[in-house]
Design a protein. Structure first.
Length: 462
C-alpha cells in the first residue's frame, strides 16, 4: 500500500501525528517572517524616534526585503550541503539572532544590520517551507499544506499591527523582537525533533550541491534599486531610471538562464517548459497583493481613522486566506485547472473596481471592501494549485529542491519588485486620478499582461 493511499487529503491527516509536527515547523517559520514584516512597520516610528534614526527609516525595510531574497535564493545550495533539518536550524538561528540584535540595538545602524540578518533567516524559512512540503509530506496533502503556509500571511497581517500597536511606545518597541527571538528558538527545537536529518539533498548527494547565484542576485538587487530610485525623480530622469530597472530585470533572466548556478531551476528556461508560465502566474498574483501596504495611506486620505485604515489594508490577506481554505479542498484535476484561470481574473476585477472608485470617499468606500477581498481572494483561489503544479514538475529531478524553493524565490522577488513599482506609481500623478486610482490602474495593467501571457503560454508548453 502506498503512502498516498494511507494519507487522505484531509486537514486531520495534515495536522495530526508526524505530519502535524512538520506542519507546525514549516507554518511557524513562515508565520515568524510574516509577523515581523507587519509588526516592524507598526513599531518603527517609536523605534526611529528613540534612536534618532529618521534618515535610515526606509533602510529598515529595504535591508530586510533584499536580505530575504538572498536567503530564499540560498535555500537549494544550503539544503544540498546541510540537509533539511540542519537548514531549518540555521534559518531559525539566523532569524532569532537578527531579532535579538534589533532588541538590543542602541543605534539605527545596528537595527538595519539586525534586520538584514533577520531577513536572510526569514527568506530561508519561506523557501524551506515549500521544500519541506514536497520532501516530507505525501502529495495528497500538498495543497492543504500550501494553504496552511500561505495563511500565515493573513495571521501576520492581523496580529502584526495589533501587537505593534501594543508596543508602539518609545520604551516598549524592543519587546516584540524579544518574543520573536524566543519563538524562533522554540521552533528550532521543534524542527530538531520533527524533521529527519537529510531529505531532498544531503552532504553526500553531489547533485544537490550548488552555490548561491551571485550574478543573478546582483542583477535583481540593482533592478529593484533602479525602480526605487526612479520614484525620487521626475520627467526624463524618472523614465531613464525606470527603463534601467526593467532592462536589468530582463538581463537577470538572461544571466540566470546561462549561469552555472542559477536562482531558478534550469527547467524554467528549457524549451517548451510549463514551469516558467506557472512561476510567472505565481509572481503576478503574489506581487499584486503588495498594494495592501499602501491601502492604509489611501484610506486615511479619504477620511478613515488610522486604526480603520490599517485594518482596511489587511482585507486582501483575509480574502486570500478565506478563498484559499475553500480552494485547497478541491481535488478534481479539471476544477483545479479552472481555479488557476479563475483566480487571476477575480484579482484583476478587484483592481479594476479600485481604479474606478478609488477617488470616492464616504459611503462609496464600501466598494473597497469587496474589491480588496477580490484582489486577495483571486490569489487564494489559484495560488495553492499553482504551487502544487510547480512542485509536481520538479518531483524526481536532481533539482527538485530548487524547484520547490523556487516558489518562494519567485514570491519574494515579485514582492520586492512590485513594492518598488507601487512606490513608483505612488509618485506618478496622473491628472484627474487619485493616487489610489493610479496605483490600482497601473497594477491592473501589469496583472492583465502577466495573466494573458502566463495563461496563454501554458497550453502551448509541453
Amino acid at each position: 500500500m502506498t503512502t498516498e493511499t494511507l494519507q487522505p487529503s484531509t486537514w486531520r491527516a495534515l495536522l495530526r501525528g508526524a505530519n502535524g509536527r512538520i506542519a507546525l515547523v514549516l507554518s511557524g517559520g513562515v508565520a515568524a517572517y510574516a509577523v515581523t514584516t507587519y509588526i516592524t512597520g507598526a513599531v518603527l516610528p517609536a523605534l526611529a524616534s528613540q534612536l534618532n534614526g529618521d534618515r535610515l527609516y526606509a533602510w529598515v525595510n529595504t535591508a530586510f526585503l533584499a536580505a530575504s531574497v538572498i536567503g530564499s535564493a540560498s535555500a537549494s545550495p544550503v539544503i544540498g550541503r546541510l540537509g533539511l533539518r540542519a537548514s531549518y536550524l540555521l534559518a531559525f538561528g539566523l532569524f532569532a539572532a537578527g531579532s535579538a540584535v534589533i532588541a538590543a540595538s542602541w543605534t539605527m545602524e545596528i537595527v538595519v544590520a539586525g534586520r538584514a540578518v533577520q531577513g536572510i533567516g526569514g527568506g530561508l524559512l519561506t523557501a524551506l517551507a515549500y521544500v519541506a512540503i514536497s520532501a516530507l509530506l505525501p502529495e495528497s496533502l500538498w495543497g492543504r499544506a500550501t494553504g496552511l503556509v500561505t495563511a500565515m500571511w493573513a495571521i501576520g497581517g492581523i496580529a502584526g499591527p495589533a501587537l505593534g500597536g501594543m508596543f508602539g511606545a518609545p520604551g516598549l518597541w524592543r519587546a516584540p523582537f524579544v518574543v520573536l527571538a524566543a519563538c524562533a528558538l522554540a521552533l528550532a527545537v521543534a524542527a530538531r525533533f520533527s524533521v529527519a536529518p537529510a531529505e531532498n539533498g544531503s552532504p553526500d548527494d553531489p547533485r544537490a550541491h550548488g552555490s548561491v547565484a551571485i550574478p543573478s542576485l546582483v542583477m535583481v538587487l540593482l533592478a529593484v534599486s533602479g525602480l526605487s530610485v526612479a520614484a525620487l525623480f521626475d520627467g526624463p530622469t524618472r523614465l531613464a531610471w525606470s527603463a534601467g530597472g526593467v532592462l536589468l530585470l530582463v538581463l537577470f533572466l538572461v544571466v540566470d538562464s546561462r549561469a552555472r548556478s542559477s536562482m531558478l531551476p534550469k527547467a524554467t528556461y528549457a524549451r517548451g517548459s510549463r514551469l516558467r508560465w506557472v512561476y510567472l502566474l505565481v509572481a503576478v498574483l503574489a506581487g499584486s497583493v503588495m498594494i495592501e501596504a499602501f491601502i492604509p495611506l489611501f484610506g486615511q486620505r479619504l477620511g478613515l481613522s488610522p486604526f480603520g485604515a490599517g485594518y482596511l489594508g489587511a482585507v486582501p490577506s483575509i480574502g486570500w486566506t478565506v478563498a484559499q481554505f475553500a480552494s485547497v479542498s478541491v481535488t478534481a484535476t479539471r476544477t483545479r485547472a479552472l481555479l488557476r484561470v479563475l483566480g487571476p481574473v477575480v484579482t484583476l476585477a478587484g483592481f479594476v473596481t479600485i481604479a474606478a472608485t478609488g477617488g470616492l470617499g464616504g459611503p462609496w468606500m464600501l466598494w473597497w471592501l469587496p474589491a480588496l477581498a477580490a484582489i486577495g481572494g483571486g490569489v487564494g483561489l489559484a495560488f495553492p494549485h499553482l504551487a502544487v503544479a510547480a512542485m509536481a514538475m520538479g518531483r524526481g529531478d536532481a533539482d527538485s529542491a530548487q524547484t520547490s524553493a523556487g516558489i518562494s524565490v519567485v514570491q519574494l522577488l515579485s514582492n520586492t519588485v512590485f513594492t518598488a513599482f507601487c512606490g513608483l506609481l505612488l509618485t506618478t500623478h496622473i491628472g484627474g486620478l487619485t493616487d489610489a486610482q493610479g496605483m490600482a490602474g497601473g497594477l491592473a495593467i501589469l496583472v492583465a499582461i502577466g495573466v494573458v501571457v502566463g495563461l496563454g503560454g501554458l497550453p502551448r508548453a509541453r
